[in-house]
Design a binder for this molecule. Structure first.
Ligand code: CTP
Length: 417
């Protein structure tokens, strides 16, 4: 497909280079149209080398080819990332003073804009009015994420991660009319897409079970897969609550509930159970916790020759996934998705362990992933088998980016909600 990547002059222009790669790696024909100020941040040579095409900012180059009309007319999708306050203003008022604004006027395909700027500029009524105008005209606005900005300040204004922007675009390329473009901008993502109106609750990360004020028992889960599941659900229009022990950048449109222990995670999941349409237990919940918490640091013996070590007694944590399934009982309740971290052993393969776990836990879908010291944990890629309750079907996905895995999970779960 022909994709145009417009880049306006903001510090986040460097992230557009990663976005470009996601498109080209997926086989799309990509044309970059930076503004003149974007070239202050990332130069023409980078864009040309990465896209394999000459790059222009004005309408006077290759004039016989009429690029100011042709590029927009032929595009299957245009994304502007980052879209600065200035670019939004020029686009909203229909100006055509450089190549990018010409492309925006001549394109009849879906247009996505990802604003990124300082919080004050984003919140200024002029910017908000321009965004509302563009949104009313059918431009898909991906609202900025909250987080660290260029300086020491934080707030809404960050460009969402390239994977997130790519997922929004990939979906539009697949279903150009999947989303209507009339929603108020602050709810742009949450009011569109196949999961719109649905509340999705996702748990992510490994629990930490404290031993004393400085030590805990933990595990190697990074939370990346759970965050990708949450981001994919938000991009499909769901209202997403992410119950998390991890501290990764929060995907756009996702509300976080921070927890640490299995018991806190359990309480948060139960609290959101009644309003949930889908629950995804991607968290790696510790099966055991120290029986006793000591509220002062456990010291080692100081006497000469004393090399004793304390014994740590463990007690079982609740199995939250199984409890959520029991809680639902026979009543119509949320679709419940579990994850299984399996290594395979002498008794059974990864898949056999997965099937037994699906049976034992009673959830609707089980995402089985093979784990090991060099697999899955902390990585950006994953390989999974998707198992459906009551079916012998197995869907193998990957190795692929965790976001691709997340989309495969939602493709399956969407058929159940
Ligand atoms: N899980 C849970 N509560 C626990 C342990 C796990 O809710 N105390 C959930 C996980 O979030 C995941 C699923 O159960 O969705 C499977 O987790 P996994 O660690 O693979 O399985 P366990 O139940 O711990 O089984 P085992 O360690 O014996 O393989």
């Amino acid at each position: 497909m022909k994709v145009v990547l417009g880049v306006a002059g903001g510090i986040a222009a460097y992230k557009a280079a990663s976005l470009l790669r996601l498109f080209t790696e997926a086989g799309h024909d990509l044309t970059v149209v930076p503004t003149a100020s974007a070239l202050h941040f990332v130069g023409e040579a980078t864009w040309s080398a990465l896209s394999g095409k000459p790059v222009h900012t004005d309408v006077w180059s290759d004039i016989t080819d009429v690029p100011h009309v042709r590029i927009g007319q032929q595009a299957d999708l245009v994304i502007v990332a980052p879209a600065t306050a200035d670019l939004l203003a020029r686009a909203a008022s229909g100006q055509a003073d450089d190549l990018l604004t010409n492309v925006l006027l001549t394109a009849r395909c879906p247009i996505v804009m990802a604003p990124a700027m300082h919080t004050e500029m984003w919140e200024h009524p002029a910017t908000q009015a321009n965004v509302a105008t563009l949104s009313e005209r059918g431009v898909h606005i991906v609202p900025p994420a909250s987080g660290r900005l260029t300086g020491k300040d934080t707030g809404p204004g960050r460009l969402p991660e390239p994977e997130e922007l790519y997922a929004v675009c990939a979906r539009l390329l697949e279903h150009p009319r999947a989303v209507a473009a009339t929603a108020p901008v602050t709810e742009v993502i949450a009011t569109r897409g196949p999961l719109r109106g649905r509340h999705v609750v996702v748990s992510a990360g490994g629990t930490r079970e404290p031993l004393d004020p400085v030590r805990f028992l933990g595990n190697r889960s990074s939370g990346k897969q759970g965050y990708a599941v949450a981001a994919a659900a938000a991009a499909r229009g769901a209202r997403v609550t992410l119950v998390t022990t991890a501290d990764l950048q929060l995907p756009t449109g996702v509300e976080a509930v921070r927890v640490e222990t299995a018991q806190q995670l359990r309480a948060a999941m139960l609290e959101h159970f009644d309003s949930a349409d889908v629950i995804v237990m991607a968290a790696a919940v510790a099966d055991f916790r120290p029986a006793d918490y000591v509220d002062t640091k456990i010291k080692k013996g100081m006497a000469p020759g004393d090399d004793s070590a304390p014994e740590i007694r463990l007690v079982r944590n609740p199995d939250i996934l199984a409890e959520l399934v029991r809680h639902r009982g026979d009543a119509a309740g949320p679709v419940i998705v579990g994850f299984a971290a399996e290594t395979g052993d002498a008794k059974a393969s990864v898949l056999e362990h997965g099937r037994a776990k699906l049976e034992r836990k009673g959830c609707d879908v089980l995402v089985v992933n093979e784990v090991g010291s060099d697999k899955t944990f902390g990585k950006d890629e994953n390989t999974v088998h998707l198992l459906l309750q009551g079916s012998s079907r197995v869907e193998d996905v990957g190795p692929a980016d965790k976001r691709v895995i997340a989309d495969a999970i939602w493709d399956l779960v969407e058929t159940l909600v």
